[in-house]
Design a protein. Structure first.
Length: 201
C-alpha cells in the first residue's frame, strides 16, 4: 500500500508540474500544485524513497518493477510537458509519440498496472499466470478510462497545447461512448475470469 500510494502521489505531482511547464497550470488539476510547489515536491520525494525502501525486503525484482512504474510516470510527464532543446532524434521521437492518439493515457495506464498488479505479484510470488493476465488487463483498462475521464475537463487546453487526447480528437460524446463500451467489456472479461476460476480471492 505504501509503495502504491507513493507512486500515485509522486506520479500525480510530476504530471501536474509538467502540465504547468507546458502552459496548462491554470487548469483545476494544476492549480494546487502551482500554489504549493515546495510542499508537493518534498512530499513526492519522501514518498518515492519510502516506496522503494518498503519493497527492498521483497527482493530487487519488486524494486525493479516499481522502478519501471516511475519510468512510465516520467514518460507521462515528458509527453505532457513542452519539447525542450536536445538531440533532434529525441525531439522527433517525442513529437511522434505526442501525435499518437491517447499516448499519454496509455503510458499512464501502464504505470498504474505495473504498480497495482505486477509489484504485488512479484513481491508475493506464486500467482497464477492466467489470473494475473486477466487482472492486469482489467486494471490497465480501468486506469486508461480514468486517465481519459480527466481529459474531459481539459479539452480546450489539450487542443491549444496540441495533445492528442481522445476527447480532443473525436469529441466529447464519441469519447464517452467509447469509454462506456470499454468499461462494459472490462466488466464482462473480469466476470468471465472469475466464473472460470482464473481469478480468485
Amino acid at each position: 500500500m505504501v509503495a502504491a500510494f507513493g507512486y500515485i502521489f509522486s506520479a500525480y505531482t510530476l504530471a501536474r508540474r509538467a502540465d504547468i511547464r507546458a502552459g496548462g497550470g491554470m487548469t483545476r488539476r494544476g492549480a494546487f500544485c502551482q500554489a504549493h510547489p515546495v510542499w508537493m515536491g518534498a512530499s513526492s520525494l519522501f514518498l518515492f524513497v519510502a516506496s522503494i525502501a518498503v519493497l527492498v525486503r521483497f527482493g530487487w525484482l519488486a524494486v525493479a518493477v516499481l522502478g519501471l512504474s516511475y519510468v512510465l510516470a516520467a514518460a507521462y510527464g515528458v509527453l505532457l510537458g513542452p519539447l525542450r532543446d536536445g538531440p533532434s532524434v529525441v525531439r522527433r521521437t517525442l513529437a511522434f509519440l505526442r501525435r499518437v492518439p491517447a499516448s499519454k493515457d496509455v503510458v499512464s495506464a501502464a504505470g498504474w498496472t505495473a504498480v497495482a498488479v505486477f509489484v504485488p505479484v512479484v513481491a508475493a510470488r506464486g500467482a497464477h499466470a492466467g489470473g494475473v493476465a486477466i487482472v492486469a488487463a482489467f486494471v490497465f483498462g480501468l486506469a486508461f478510462v480514468r486517465s481519459v475521464m480527466f481529459d474531459f475537463s481539459d479539452v480546450m487546453a489539450d487542443r491549444l497545447l496540441g495533445r492528442e487526447t481522445l476527447p480532443a480528437l473525436i469529441g466529447d460524446a464519441r469519447a464517452r461512448g467509447a469509454l462506456s463500451v470499454l468499461t462494459t467489456l472490462l466488466a464482462i472479461g473480469l466476470a468471465a475470469g472469475v466464473s472460470a476460476g482464473a481469478v480468485v480471492g
